[in-house]
Design a protein around this ligand. Structure first.
Ligand SMILES: Nc1ncnc2c1ncn2[C@@H]1O[C@H](COP(=O)(O)OP(=O)(O)OP(=O)(O)O)[C@@H](O)[C@H]1O
Length: 376
């Protein structure tokens, strides 16, 4: 029998009334691992966390910790602590009382509580704030108090439900790193719910991407970013440009046929199971390389013929909306190309994600949902 994981979910399904919220969830989490549950609003992230915590009983399947099934154990018997987005601090209690709250419930001796609270304050940079009430703290400090309260009870597993989303952008960046460093130092197993792709990328050992209650893909940040297993994951991880191309597998490559708006190209299959015919190709704006139309572009990948429709400067690079055929894609460059300029847009093979086409789209059409502001 294979070695079982520290934290294990087996065939978990969950429904609220007639609504199926989670289905076929199989997940193994190792001791000390930091796992991010990533997905768009309503995909079931929080429900999955609540199943782990014991606040929601799955309609089928099991949850085990250290090979012991805990599916029907109450939350306080699971050795887990949960930190919420809202922090849920007691407003009438001081910082020290909030941090010591869980210990008091456990009837830990007063002197022991005091020393654990002092240790937590020091660990979290809250020294000198013990007598303050939450209302007199900044968002980042409140977040750390909530974390201190969770960590004070010495949990084996820390469950985090978007605890950083109420922080302003700058504090969020530093708290991400603090939280990750702390989790590593204490060797705690952490499961972190977020809809923020970058947050999951920088914090987690492993990202589990959920789509409509099912696991769409799980892997290291690098895996899910560079080797998306489906068009959904590619789009969710930022490869929002989508084009349809015609081609066929040949040996270890997929050969792209020339079309009205693209030159012939070649992409290594790398184990992908692509059928002959129309494929859906996805890529990120930053992966595309824009060249003047007369430039001869070489190298594996695909080269598209287009015309600059609009340009904007979001910072660090120029972003271009490019008409290719009757559609539009987004492509970045270190210099600005002018509206109306004819260009070639090359997408290198390693940044071009190909998938069997779900429908019967005609070849060589290009479509994309336009993001916010682009000015001509
Ligand atoms: N108590 C409930 N009763 C009925 N439906 C619920 C309940 N809680 C959640 N849902 C539904 O279950 C689905 C998943 O909700 P969940 O909160 O797990 O999603 P989420 O991925 O965490 O979303 P968000 O990022 O918006 O918090 C949603 O469609 C939601 O409306």
């Amino acid at each position: 029998m294979s070695q079982r994981a520290f934290l294990e979910l087996r065939s978990v399904a969950c429904r609220y009334g007639n609504t199926q919220v989670l289905e076929d969830i199989d997940l193994n989490i190792e001791r000390g691992e930091f796992v991010a549950l990533l997905g768009s609003s309503g995909c079931g992230k929080t429900t999955l966390l609540r199943v782990l915590a014991g606040f929601v009983t799955p309609s089928s399947g099991s949850v085990s910790v250290r090979r012991r099934e805990v599916t029907h154990l109450p939350p306080d018997k699971r050795g887990m602590a949960l930190v919420f987005q809202s922090y849920a601090l007691w407003p009438h209690m001081t910082v020290a009382q909030n941090i010591g709250y869980g210990l008091k419930l456990k009837k830990v001796q007063r002197s022991e509580i005091d020393s654990r609270v002092a240790a937590m304050q020091s660990l979290l940079g809250l020294d000198g704030l013990g007598a303050r009430k939450p209302a007199a703290l900044s968002g980042g400090q409140r977040q750390r108090v909530a974390l201190g309260r969770a960590l004070a009870v010495d949990p084996e597993i820390l469950l985090l439900d978007e605890p950083l989303s109420n922080l302003d952008a700058r504090i969020r960046l530093s708290v991400r790193h603090e939280l990750r460093a702390l989790q590593k130092r204490l060797g705690i197993t952490a499961v972190h719910v977020t809809h923020d792709r970058e947050e999951a990328m920088v914090m987690a050992d492993r990202i589990v991407i959920l789509n409509a209650g099912r696991i769409a893909q799980q892997g290291t940040p690098e895996d899910v970013y560079n080797r998306p297993a489906s068009a959904f994951v590619a789009a969710f991880m930022g490869a929002e440009n989508v084009i349809s191309l015609n081609g066929a597998p040949q040996g270890s490559d997929f050969l792209i046929e020339a079309g009205p708006s693209n030159a012939a190209g070649r992409v290594a299959l790398m184990g992908r199971d692509l059928a002959q015919g129309v494929v859906e190709a996805r890529f990120r704006p930053e992966a595309a390389q824009i060249h003047p139309a007369e430039t001869a572009v070489v190298g594996p990948g695909v080269t598209l013929e287009g015309e600059i429709a609009a340009v904007s400067y979001p910072g660090g690079h120029w972003r271009h909306a490019v008409h290719v055929g009757d559609r539009e894609i987004m492509a970045d460059a270190s210099r600005a190309f002018g509206p109306g300029e004819r260009v070639r847009v090359h997408v290198p093979a390693d940044a071009l994600f190909l998938f069997n086409s779900p429908g019967s789209q005609p070849a060589n059409t290009i479509s994309r949902v336009l993001p916010g502001k682009v000015h001509a």
